[in-house]
Design a protein around this ligand. Structure first.
Ligand code: NI
Length: 173
């Protein structure tokens, strides 16, 4: 497994819609493992393949808390099969927008259909943090970031700060 660098916004690649995976093969499984490794290395709870530069519809997540054992999820071609009418507001962050957080409103519960790492069809009924996390990651597959769900003003402030941080990093390198 390899830790790969995570793309930081603003970056054009994060806006690209990802393409479905035709065949779940060794290359797919390797990519999923690299994604999990990269996510854990950055202490994230979810990651989409495009965040490490692969425009494929692959998502990994692990929302286990503190002392609970790790609960890695690997999803190929995930789709929202159902979302609740009830909505929930939850603070979100993203490894591609480090150190920025905002409250995002989404359906409180969701059913997600996907293929597992062996290509078998599966479904998860998610609520709470997992529901928000998986909706956030599926958004990435369509080029949508959590800041696209908040006000234009808040979004501009966050993206400007990230661009500025990158410029000052480049200047000091
Ligand atoms: Ni994200």
């Amino acid at each position: 497994m390899t830790i790969r660098p995570i793309i930081i916004a603003p970056d054009r690649r994060l806006k690209i819609p990802s393409v479905p995976v035709d065949t779940v093969d060794d290359e797919t499984r390797r990519l999923l493992d690299d994604m999990l490794e990269s996510m854990y290395a950055d202490e994230g709870i979810g990651l989409a393949a495009i965040q490490i530069g692969a425009p494929k519809r692959l998502v990994v997540a692990d929302v286990h808390l503190g002392d609970e054992p790790p609960a890695p999820l690997k999803l190929v071609n995930p789709e929202l099969a159902w979302t609740s009418d009830e909505r929930a507001l939850r603070e979100e962050g993203c490894l591609s927008l480090p150190e920025h957080y905002a409250n995002v409103e989404r359906p409180a519960e969701a059913k997600i259909r996907y293929l597992d790492e062996h290509g078998a069809p599966r479904e998860i009924a998610a609520k709470g943090m997992l529901a928000a996390c998986l909706q956030h990651e599926i958004d990435h597959l369509d080029g949508i970031l959590f800041v696209d769900h908040i006000s234009l003003i808040k979004r501009s402030i966050i993206l400007r700060k990230l661009a500025k941080a990158r410029r000052s990093q480049a200047a000091s390198a």
